[in-house]
Design a protein around this ligand. Structure first.
Ligand code: ZN
Length: 184
């Protein structure tokens, strides 16, 4: 298994920071850490991942996705209405500033379609997982004893791949019934 080095994101001096409605960010901030993948993505390792797959952080009693927070401080806008965070890499764990930008929902959907985001299991040429792996990954996750990241390390795939397989973003055609059959 490849050794992955954890990096810490250099946040600007807090006196310069504003939250999404322009208030100064004052509270103590948990350092944002990440690993760099072979694709150049910076996968956040320090913050909890929401059910939609985005690492999130709390600032001024508000919860942001880490990517959104970083865009807010690096590329502030006068008006955040309708502004979404677009990932050019489709990696929801990614916080690499050169992979994220502001955009509208329509732009987001159009870019996703252009990249052909819908993936299906073993048909993908570089898929290293097999259906049996996915069933086992989901079973392990169900025990509550393993995080997505730990499971990804067990199967030697990226955290994103594990997260997507476990949540059903990919491998949706692998059904729960099979999972139960293996567990029994
Ligand atoms: Zn990325």
């Amino acid at each position: 298994m490849k050794q992955q080095i954890e990096h810490t994101f250099k946040e600007p001096d807090s006196s310069a920071l504003r939250d999404s409605i322009g208030r100064r960010i004052t509270n103590k901030r948990k350092p944002i850490k990440f690993i760099i993948t072979a694709d150049g993505c910076w996968e956040c390792t320090s913050h909890p991942i929401t059910s939609s797959g985005y690492p999130s952080c709390g600032r001024n009693n508000e919860t942001f996705s880490v990517a959104r927070y970083l865009l807010t401080i690096n590329d502030p806008r006068d008006n955040y209405d309708g502004q979404e965070v677009l990932h050019s890499c489709d990696n929801t764990l990614c916080i690499n500033p050169s992979h994220i930008k502001w955009g509208t929902r329509i732009e987001n959907e159009r870019e996703k379609m252009e990249r052909g985001r819908v993936l299906r299991g073993e048909n993908i040429t570089n898929s290293v997982l097999k259906e049996a792996d996915v069933i086992e990954m989901r079973a392990l996750y169900t025990t509550g004893e393993y995080s997505h990241r730990e499971i990804s390390e067990l199967f030697d795939v990226t955290t994103m791949t594990a997260h997507r397989a476990i949540t059903g973003a990919t491998w949706a055609h692998v059904k729960e019934g099979l999972c139960l059959a293996v567990m029994n």
